[in-house]
Design a protein around this ligand. Structure first.
Ligand SMILES: Nc1ncnc2c1ncn2[C@@H]1O[C@H](COP(=O)(O)OP(=O)(O)OP(=O)(O)O)[C@@H](O)[C@H]1O
Ligand SMILES: [Mg+2]
Length: 443
């Protein structure tokens, strides 16, 4: 009884939350610059020539020497290793891309005139590695030279903290884009009402305000020069209540197109190479919007019975959710003699995360035999590097290899590099397929 203390109250939750917020602010402020901004670490010649730009170290040094205008890096000791910012690495990459051997791929492939690809990471099971996978893919694509936009659809805001985003309320999340999409629908519906001599449905303040908001205005810079962010925070959860209300009012509103349409309208797909969506552990409206917008869908899961079981049910829910949308739409479409709706993705892959070869080999092989090519053959290994990373260092690509045993670092990094390589082959394949289809259509 003594250990129990007094009864817990609602007010008690408030003080616990305040204690957590104070602790979080303390942690988040450690190692920050005075301005409160995060700073990305530097990259050494070893790392650049081993992982980032396909050039031999000797040649790299020679090219820098011959081109004094190029970034020369800085060293901590006389004659010690040279270190570069990511911005400088990107400039060096561009130089090699323009001047270096044509046989090497210095710049990542992006077909001209094609829109960015959107990739979503989703599973309604919590803690399977969605956010870690999405964040690491964003960082590896950025290191590879792509321009990346990360969109956080999870009101827990984990992805937003990883990239140091600051979000005051739902107006700095995707919420106003969804609201705008509905407001545009309502406006054109109202035009039809007026034509029929009926009274229009007035747009409330939220909807009118949303009409002026563009995705570009929601984008924040991050401490990565080529990763931008549209963040999330708790209020984004409000969308889960608001969207069904709008949908009741405007039956013809294609809510699943909201994100796809607004991102396209606002030029996001021209401005970036890759858009990565992190989704909450639920199949709510935000996730549905993210999934419908995605070209590539990754479903992370651990090689455990419970995660396999739950992921099976997730696919079952995807099947019933999207087929019920298609059926309802197609009934209307057939009546009007229009083309039906059929959702399509360039690729869908389940990805084993946090894999422990010593314990999980058998289960992973069983999963492989049932899922076939849907399960990505590469398994993302469990690595202590992720758990060890501190509050300022998020994941393997931000960690300084000198803080770890070199072998642990190389293994940890290789498993995430391989996750990215598997993803990149899907990305490039999807772009290439679009490019071919366009060329054939033009013939
Ligand atoms: N490859 C890995 N090795 C070791 N730990 C990992 C790995 N991937 C993820 N983790 C850890 O697993 C935990 C859950 O990961 P994460 O937050 O990415 O999952 P999630 O699916 O986004 O969770 P949620 O459903 O809450 O959004 C985190 O503590 C993360 O550090
Ligand atoms: Mg998450």
């Amino acid at each position: 009884m003594a250990a129990l203390g007094g009864p817990a109250t609602t007010e008690g939750f408030g003080s616990i939350a305040r204690a957590c917020a104070a602790g979080r602010a303390d942690l988040a402020s450690r190692g920050l610059e005075e301005s409160g901004a995060r700073r990305l670490r530097l990259f050494s010649t070893w790392e650049i020539t081993r992982y980032l730009i396909p050039v031999a170290t000797g040649h790299f040094r020679r090219v820098l020497k011959e081109n004094p205008d190029l970034p020369q890096g800085r060293s901590e000791t006389e004659g010690g290793a040279k270190w570069f910012t990511l911005d400088e690495v990107l400039r060096l990459r561009a130089h090699f891309g323009a001047q270096g051997s044509k046989a090497k791929e210095y710049l990542p492939y992006r077909p001209k005139g094609q829109p960015a690809k959107i990739a979503a990471v989703a599973n309604f099971k919590g803690g399977v590695g969605k956010t870690s996978t999405a964040a690491h893919l964003a960082m590896s694509a950025a290191l590879d030279g792509y321009k990346v936009l990360v969109i956080d659809l999870d009101s827990q805001g984990s992805m937003t903290s990883i990239f140091g985003g600051r979000v005051a309320d739902e107006w700095q999340t995707v919420f106003p884009l969804l609201a705008r999409h509905y407001a545009q629908h309502l406006r054109s519906d109202n035009q039809r009402r007026l034509d029929r001599g009926e009274a229009p449905v007035p747009l409330d303040d939220t909807l009118s305000e949303a009409l002026d908001i563009r995705a570009t205005g929601l984008v924040q810079k991050t401490h990565w020069p080529n990763i931008d962010l549209i963040g999330a925070q708790l209020n984004l959860y409000w969308a889960e209540f608001q969207i069904p209300v709008w949908r009741m009012q405007g039956r013809g509103w294609k809510l699943w197109d909201a994100l796809t349409d607004t991102l396209a309208e606002d030029g996001i797909l021209e401005a970036y190479d890759l858009v990565l969506l992190d989704t909450p552990p639920a199949l709510g409206y935000l996730t549905i919007n993210g999934l419908a917008a995605a070209d590539l869908l990754l479903v992370p899961l651990g090689a455990s019975f419970l995660e396999f079981d739950s992921t099976g049910r997730f696919f079952d829910m995807l099947h019933s959710t999207f087929s019920s949308i298609e059926e309802a739409e197609n009934m209307a479409a057939r009546a009007l003699g229009r083309d039906g709706l059929a959702f399509q993705w360039d690729a869908v892959r389940a990805v084993v995360t946090r894999y422990d070869a010593g314990q999980q080999g058998e289960l992973a092989s069983l999963m492989q035999s049932y899922l076939g090519p849907t399960l990505s053959p590469h398994r993302q290994g469990y690595t202590a590097l992720i758990g060890q990373a501190g509050e300022q260092v998020q994941g393997i690509y931000e960690a300084d290899y000198r803080d770890f045993n070199r072998e642990t670092y190389v293994r940890g990094r290789e498993t995430f590099d391989a996750t990215y390589a598997a993803f990149k082959s899907l990305l490039i394949g999807a772009w290439r397929r679009d490019e071919r289809a366009l060329a054939e259509a033009a013939e």
